[in-house]
Design a protein around this ligand. Structure first.
Ligand code: KMH
Ligand code: ZN
Length: 284
């Protein structure tokens, strides 16, 4: 963003909800949506509040993270039938998921899927994303007409994204959309300074790109404010944030979406509908 005139051109805010993730356990976080019914209820309530996209991780009958293709298909079909949300499947899965299972997610043909731009320490674990695997996912998404959302956990991953696009071309829809995932222990911190550093690196990426940002844990508010001020979009949800404020556990994903909607309205960039979000992202 160059200044006030540029800021005014940005328009509405795309709000993505990431309701479940692969890290928290239902036993520890009872409000986490882990069944299909819980996910659908969450999705319908979040879209009514102002979310336009949902980033999906699913759980099995025991509440454990799974990449089971049958369950993923059922989930995507149900979300499509009952909401007009843009459905994004995670190819990141859980840190324990093997590459083959993460790759197979694309056979469900979601409208969009996440694609992380590099290996990162992830708390005590390692979230492995080799260059060859990144290229493979990117190419498969191009072939299948799936829009990648490039997940950026650290500054250098923006340079990896530039290299990927230069060597292997743009996504099938010609639009680059990325998400800054900030404040993961092992990745970049969730500060205005880091958002500014990312904005500088984004100048080397194709013009017209869109970005959202999410701050893990207590970085959620500074990241939201910094992203909004820079023309960015927002991702919120219980995948990323379990504490609403000091000593105050998050009650629901809806509570986080409602707060993001409030911030977006204050920034005079109200939430965009799924239809407007599809236009913004160049989705058919
Ligand atoms: N669960 C993390 C290891 C993604 O969805 O693409 C990876 C993650 C990123 O959540
Ligand atoms: Zn995820």
């Amino acid at each position: 963003m160059k200044g006030a005139a540029e800021y005014r051109k940005v328009g509405g805010t795309l709000i993505t909800v990431a309701p479940t993730g692969a890290e928290s356990r239902k036993a520890d976080v009872p409000a986490l949506p882990v069944t299909l019914d819980e996910l659908l209820t969450t999705a319908k309530e979040c879209v009514a509040l102002g979310a336009a996209m949902i980033h999906v991780h699913i759980r099995d009958g025991q509440g454990e993270p799974t990449l089971d293709l049958g369950l993923l298909r059922e989930t995507v079909a149900a979300l499509r039938a009952e909401t007009d949300l843009i459905v994004q499947l995670s190819t990141g899965g859980a840190v324990t998921d093997p590459e083959d299972a993460r790759r197979a997610v694309l056979e469900v043909r979601p409208e969009t899927a996440s694609l992380t731009m590099g290996t990162v320490n992830f708390g005590d674990a390692v979230f492995l994303n080799r260059w060859d695997f990144i290229v493979d996912l990117h190419t498969r998404m191009q072939e299948r007409g799936i829009m990648p959302e490039y997940e950026i956990f650290d500054l250098g991953q923006l340079h990896t994204l530039r290299r990927l696009l230069e060597k292997h071309g743009l996504p099938a829809n010609g639009h680059v959309h990325l998400d800054l995932v900030m404040g993961v222990p092992g990745g970049m911190d969730g500060t205005t300074e880091s958002v500014a550093a990312c904005l500088a690196a984004m100048r080397d990426l194709p013009e017209g790109l869109t970005f959202s940002a999410t701050g893990i844990g207590r970085t959620t508010i500074p990241v939201m404010l910094a992203a909004l001020s820079a023309g960015g979009h927002l991702r919120v949800g219980m995948e990323d944030t379990l504490t609403y404020g000091p000593s105050r556990p998050v009650e629901s994903n809806m509570q986080l979406v409602a707060r993001a909607v409030g911030f977006a309205q204050l920034a005079q960039r109200p939430p965009c509908t799924p239809k407007a979000a599809r236009t913004l992202l160049g989705l058919g």
